[in-house]
Design a protein around this ligand. Structure first.
Ligand SMILES: NC(=O)c1ccc[n+]([C@@H]2O[C@H](COP(=O)([O-])OP(=O)(O)OC[C@H]3O[C@@H](n4cnc5c(N)ncnc54)[C@H](O)[C@@H]3O)[C@@H](O)[C@H]2O)c1
Length: 262
């Protein structure tokens, strides 16, 4: 299959958590845009995803990685350099969504969320930026969430990690801008990952409820999110750094749901 765009032609892009969910959307969209993709995930691609790659004659380099471990990140970056000699793009996507009663939320889960969602973005970016500085530039996309800007009960620690990603991104854009590196946050809203797809298939009324929350009366596919990722990784967004792009089908833009009031 021919590549769909040449926006990332021959660029080397690492996607953390790239085997499934939103990460799979970034992986596939980057491949379609011509990139060489390194999938850095705890788990390899499932057989059905590998079949999609085979069908399109795409391939990825899979490097087993735990983004909550600094030694695992070091090994990933060494392997990326050995494979391709450079790293042009990094999508810091891997993250956990764990919510629960604020008054009963335990410290172990707080620490797990901090390490996997926030500290990982710091460590991955710092380690990859060393390579990008040496080669004279690159692009980092930090996947946050619309919970960085408005949230809900029981999302306290998740929202904190996502708000932290956006704040860190702003500072990082100034540390790295002079080296030709752009850094932006991408804030997705509800996205149809495999578990969410399963949930709405089992309960069609849930899909209607989800749809009604959004200005477009639909919610993101992982492919749609992947396209925004490609935009942020490519020169199409050359004027953007230190900012955040909200990709949530208008959810955050709505103060009240006018359908409910009418
Ligand atoms: N799905 C949504 O609706 C949604 C909305 C907003 C933001 N996000 C953000 O998108 C990102 C991906 O979320 P998702 O819903 O696709 O998750 P997911 O659970 O569907 O997939 C996460 C992937 O990351 C991998 N992973 C988990 N922990 C890892 C680790 N320590 N090291 C390396 N890989 C690891 C998993 O193996 C999996 O392949 C997260 O940062 C999440 O906060 C998701």
């Amino acid at each position: 299959m021919t590549k769909q765009t040449t926006l990332l032609n021959n660029k080397v892009v690492i996607v953390t958590g790239g085997s499934a969910g939103c990460g799979w959307g970034f992986t596939l969209s980057c491949l379609k845009a011509g990139a060489n993709v390194i999938v850095a995930d705890l788990n390899p691609l499932s057989d059905d995803k590998q079949a999609i790659l085979d069908e399109h004659s795409y391939s990825v380099d899979y490097v087993k990685t735990d983004v909550s471990s600094s030694s695992s990140i070091e090994q990933l970056v060494e392997q990326a350099k050995a494979l391709h000699g450079r790293i042009d793009g990094l999508v810091n996507n891997a993250g956990l969504t764990i919510t629960g009663d604020f008054m009963a939320f335990d410290l172990d889960t707080v620490d797990r969320l901090y390490k996997t969602n926030l500290r990982s973005v710091f460590l991955m970016s710092q380690t990859v930026a060393k390579v990008m500085i040496e080669q004279g530039g690159g692009v980092i996309v930090n996947v946050a969430s619309n919970h960085a800007q408005a949230s809900a009960a029981e999302y306290e620690m998740y929202a904190a990690t996502k708000g932290g990603i956006c704040a860190m991104t702003r500072a990082m854009s100034w540390s790295l801008g002079k080296h030709g590196i752009r850094v932006n946050s991408l804030c997705p809203g509800l996205t149809r990952t495999e578990p969410i797809d399963e949930m709405v298939k089992n309960d069609p009324t849930l899909e209607q409820t989800f749809n009604a929350l959004h200005a477009t009366r639909t919610f993101n596919s992982v492919e749609q999110l992947g396209q925004v990722g490609v935009f942020l990784l490519s020169d199409m967004s050359a004027s953007m750094t230190g900012t955040e792009v909200v990709a949530d089908q208008g959810l955050l833009a709505g103060l009240v749901n006018s359908d409910v009031l009418s």
